[in-house]
Design a protein around this ligand. Structure first.
Ligand SMILES: [Zn+2]
Length: 311
């Protein structure tokens, strides 16, 4: 499957670049998602919704983790996945959309998804998928051994007394995020504001570009909605912490102290230079942490990711 423009980070990201927080453009360009209720398509009416357990074609995805409540448009270029889509189109338009992390296992968690639109392209097929619900996906011979797998709906645990509180906490984090990052589309903010249950809210938040693929897979396999929302809450906390610091501190290019320290470090005679550079770097580390990380991520991020994926 073709990556959908996440890793390249080629879109505008303003000064938050490098802290894995991307502008609204990224949301809009890559993942067109809608509240399930607002989007009706002709195909979804014809499809038969499944019972508790059945077999459906499996589509593995390396890049995209699809959650219930979400609708995505994406190209499918890998042959076995494109074939699975074609099979689903001949059957009941349902696929198990499963992160390729589970490929070699005999059981995994995926999202039962409805194909609401498809068109063939040069490299494969382009589909619109609507995530319905989490399913436990099984094949004793290995999930990647056949085109179809058995899926069983994962029942969501009941919300307890803590639920509404947790929803409120995350909602206020989202409001703050919306204030700091005006580039997040209003459409997305109001979609999130309308999510009332821990299950829906956590699944919608899981699509945030601030989360890594691994974060998303972990959220997908966390079956308790409240646990999931707690984890989202922690992610948003650390994201907000970085953003608040970023909003407060001047960029290096506007900082008087940096200019002075840089002058002194570059002009110092060789015997004193080491000490001056140390002072300069210490200032940057404690006063421009986020920007420094951004610079490093921008320059070395792709290389680090590549090395990590090879490990
Ligand atoms: Zn400075």
């Amino acid at each position: 499957m073709v990556p959908i423009g996440r890793n390249g980070c080629a879109t505008r990201q303003k000064d938050v670049r490098g802290v894995r927080l991307q502008s609204g453009d990224d949301y809009e360009d890559t993942l067109k998602y809608h509240p399930a209720a607002q989007k009706q398509s002709s195909m979804s009416e014809g499809a038969e919704l499944p019972g508790e357990s059945q077999t459906v074609p499996i589509v593995f995805s390396q890049d995209v983790v699809l959650f219930p409540h979400m609708e995505v448009t994406l190209p499918i270029t890998e042959k076995r996945s494109a074939d699975a889509v074609l099979r689903a189109l001949r059957e009941n338009h349902l696929v198990a959309f499963v992160p390729s992390d589970f490929e070699r296992t005999s059981e995994g968690i995926g999202t039962l998804s409805l194909l609401t639109h498809s068109e063939t392209t040069q490299g494969g097929v382009r589909v619109n998928l609507k995530g319905l619900w989490r399913v436990r996906v099984t094949n004793p011979r290995g999930l990647d051994s056949e085109q179809v797998v058995r899926v069983e709906r994962v029942e969501e645990a009941e919300e307890d007394a803590e639920g509404p509180n947790l929803v409120q906490r995350v909602q206020s984090q989202i409001s703050e995020l919306g204030e700091i990052l005006p580039e997040i589309p209003q459409e997305i903010l109001s979609l999130l504001k309308n999510a009332k249950t821990p299950s829906e809210l956590s699944d919608l938040c899981a699509m945030s570009p601030a989360l890594s693929h691994d974060d998303r897979v972990n959220l997908l396999r966390t079956l308790d909605p409240q646990e999931r929302l707690k984890s989202v809450n922690r992610h948003l906390d650390s994201q907000l912490e970085v953003l608040r610091a970023l909003a407060e501190s001047k960029p290096i290019s506007d900082c008087e102290t940096c200019t002075d320290l840089a002058d002194r470090a570059f002009d110092a005679d060789p015997s004193a230079r080491g000490e001056m550079i140390m002072e300069f770097l210490n200032h940057i580390v404690s006063n421009h942490t986020a920007e420094l990380l951004g610079v490093l991520a921008e320059k070395y991020g792709p290389m680090f990711m590549k090395k990590r994926s090879l490990r």
